[in-house]
Structures are given as structure tokens and as C-alpha cells.
Design a protein around this ligand. Structure first.
Ligand code: PMV
Length: 362
């Protein structure tokens, strides 16, 4: 499949207006995507758990304009209020996807969006936000071309979401999702994400994720800048090879339900991601002192309690605590007793694996 297959042929049905709502979840990578080529092509494959509670809901009301303009015509409301600082990101996204959605300038779009998680919680909303938007736009395209098949709809939504924010392409489906070409994963592609195609032990389908909000402030270094610093990074090639190897190792681990081996890969991936940041030029650190304190607590609790909780990190200071459902009571008690003290204002979010985005009917 090449990007050309996402260029539509002529639309067959005239459509004047309509409205659509999608709710799309966030996701947390187990094997991390860090480094990219042009057009949001990942430098290495990644794999993620789709989340459930952390989600963005986006409604697009679309109406045909009298005459196609030179600019995109859209309004943007975030939690009911105009949000001018989101506009440039949406405009950049529209520019990137215009060839694949040539109807865009023929409609006025009112985009109303809200997150299930607290604003400025330090949780990136770009994955859930871009996937909800991409799905809404695909819905409009399907009105114009009703022959679009369900599989293609999902694939193209992931393709479009990727152009908005790389990891967003993994937020369309659930519950385990793979993105980026990998020789051992049939159907894998750099252009869009796929549902993980192999057998997965039941324990992984019910995994829990408690997100500890260590630092709710704006990140000092954006993902875009961080990805770019992988160009010319002294350890880049070894890191990209390692991601391929870790995905291969996970195949067996997922099948067998080997929790100890899972923990080793996931925690190593998180620390490697941050090691890449610390060894970039310029170098930077996104972890905070409390991030490290939490990691140490997790290690000592795991050693003394015969549980299988582990941590992962995204490009920030917050900690995702992952654990099997069967250990929920014990782990959540530990979190309340020992980890909440390290969260900003004691805030954390209990989430779990989810099964992908949904269209909400009016
Ligand atoms: O999708 P972006 O460009 O925000 O990059 C996300 C990068 C990580 O969250 C650190 C890793 C990942 O695979 O999600």
C-alpha cells in the first residue's frame, strides 16, 4: 500500500450538510516511537495499549459553502469556548491532509471538542484529539462516497490521524495496536496502524493503567523537537534496531502471558526513551524528581509483594502504572498509600485497556 491509495477518486454523492460525533481514546506505547522521517513516517515500529477512560469527544457540523475558498473555513470550540491557540495545529493538519480529503475547502466545519481528562493535566490530548477529528472527517468522506468499505475507513482514518500526530494513528482501534513496518508482523505499515494480529494471552486484554499526574505544566521540549533530535543522534541506529527486537520478543511474551518478561521490556523501553532525550544534542530531561521516586517505590513494592505492576513513561514526567486486573485491589491500595503523595495536587487517573474509538449517535 502506498499513500496514493488514500487519494480519493471522484465523489459520487452531493451532500449539503450534516453532523457527526466521535469519541476516541488515548493510547500508551509499550515499545516507543521516537524519531521520524518526513511526512510523519516513524523511524521505528511501535506497539501500544489503547486506553479507555482518557478520551476526546469531537463533533463536526459541516455545511457546504457557496463557493470553494482559498482557505479552510472552520470554527473551533474547546469545552464550549473558542480556542484560538489550537487553530494553527488544525490548520497545519488540514494542509497535510487536503490532497487526501479534497472536499475540505468546500465545507465550513464547526469543530466542538472536549476531553474526559482534566485540561492541562499534562496528558497529551493530541493522540485522542487527532484520531477523533480524523474519524469525523472520514465520516464526511463516506457521505460523499458511500462505497467506502469499513476496513478502508479505519485504515484511512489511522493514516490521516498519523499526519496530525504520529501516535494518534494508534488510537483508532483497540486493544493492542501496532504501527510501523516490521518484518515479523504481517500487514504492518509505516502509513497507518493495525490491530495487533497475533494471539494474545487473556491477562493482557484486561490490563489496568493508573496515570500518576506528577507534573501538569507545559512540557519544556515538545515531541516534535524531541523526534527531530534523533536525526544525527549518536545512538539512533542501535535504538531503532532495539525497537524491532523488542517487538519480536513481545510476540512470544504476549502469547505466553509471561508477565516478568513483559515488565522488563516495558520498563526498559520507557527508560530508553528518556535516555535518548538525555543523550540528544541539545540534551534535555523531562522526568521530575517525583518521577524517579515513584519508579523506586514501584520497584521495591514489586519485589516485596509478589505483584506484577510496572511503569512506563511518555514524553513527560507523568508515570503510567500498568498491572493485571487480578492485582487491582492490592496495587491500587499501594498507589493510594505510597504514590499519590508524589502527584501534583494528589491527582491520578484510573484507566484500563479499551477497544478503540466509537461514533456517538445523537
Ligand atoms: O505522536 P507524538 O509525535 O506526540 O509522539 C509520541 C511519542 C511518545 O509518546 C513518546 C511515544 C509513543 O510511541 O507514543
Amino acid at each position: 500500500m502506498t499513500h496514493k491509495e488514500f487519494l480519493p477518486s471522484v465523489y459520487t454523492k452531493p451532500v449539503t450538510d450534516g453532523k457527526v460525533t466521535y469519541k476516541a481514546p488515548s493510547n500508551i506505547a509499550l515499545v516507543k516511537y521516537w524519531g521520524k522521517k518526513s511526512n510523519q513516517i516513524p523511524a521505528n515500529p511501535s506497539i501500544s495499549f489503547t486506553l479507555d477512560a482518557c478520551a476526546t469527544t469531537t463533533t463536526i457540523s459541516y455545511s457546504r459553502v457557496e463557493e470553494k475558498g482559498n482557505d479552510f473555513s472552520f470554527e473551533l470550540l474547546f469545552e464550549g469556548k473558542p480556542k484560538p491557540d489550537f487553530r494553527p495545529k488544525i490548520e497545519a493538519f488540514f494542509n497535510r491532509v487536503e490532497d487526501y480529503l479534497p472536499f475540505l475547502k468546500e465545507y465550513h466545519l464547526k469543530i466542538e471538542t472536549s476531553n474526559s481528562f482534566p485540561h492541562s493535566s499534562g496528558i497529551a490530548s493530541s493522540a485522542s484529539g487527532m484520531s477523533a477529528l480524523a474519524l469525523g472527517l472520514m465520516h464526511i468522506e463516506k457521505q460523499l462516497d458511500p462505497d467506502i468499505k469499513a476496513d478502508f475507513f479505519i485504515q484511512k482514518a489511522s493514516f490521516l490521524a498519523r499526519l496530525g500526530s504520529g501516535s494518534a494513528c494508534r488510537s483508532i482501534e483497540g486493544d493492542l495496536v501496532q504501527w510501523g513496518s516490521h518484518k515479523g508482523i504481517p500487514g504492518s505499515s509505516d502509513l497507518y496502524a493495525i490491530k495487533y494480529p497475533f494471539e494474545v494471552h487473556g491477562v493482557f486484554h484486561e490490563y489496568q493503567d493508573t496515570i500518576l499526574l506528577v507534573d501538569k505544566g507545559q512540557k519544556q521540549v515538545s515531541s516534535t523537537v524531541g523526534h527531530n533530535l534523533m536525526h544525527g543522534h549518536p545512538y539512533a541506529e542501535q535504538r531503532f534496531d532495539q525497537a524491532h527486537e523488542n517487538i519480536e520478543k513481545l510476540n512470544e511474551i504476549f502469547k505466553e502471558g509471561n508477565l516478568n518478561a513483559f515488565i522488563h521490556i516495558v520498563e526498559s523501553e520507557a527508560l530508553t526513551l528518556h535516555a535518548m532525550m538525555m543523550t540528544s544534542m541539545p540534551y534535555f530531561i523531562l522526568m521530575k524528581p517525583n518521577t524517579l521516586k515513584i519508579i523506586k517505590k514501584i520497584w521495591s513494592f514489586r519485589a516485596s509483594s509478589n505483584t506484577h505492576l510496572c511503569f512506563t513513561l511518555d514524553a513527560g514526567a507523568n508515570v503510567h502504572v500498568l498491572y493485571p486486573k487480578g492485582e487491582k485491589e492490592k496495587v491500587q491500595q499501594f498507589i493510594k498509600d505510597e504514590l499519590v503523595a508524589y502527584c501534583e495536587n494528589g491527582q491520578y487517573i484510573c484507566d484500563k485497556l479499551g477497544f478503540g474509538a466509537k461514533r456517538l449517535l445523537p
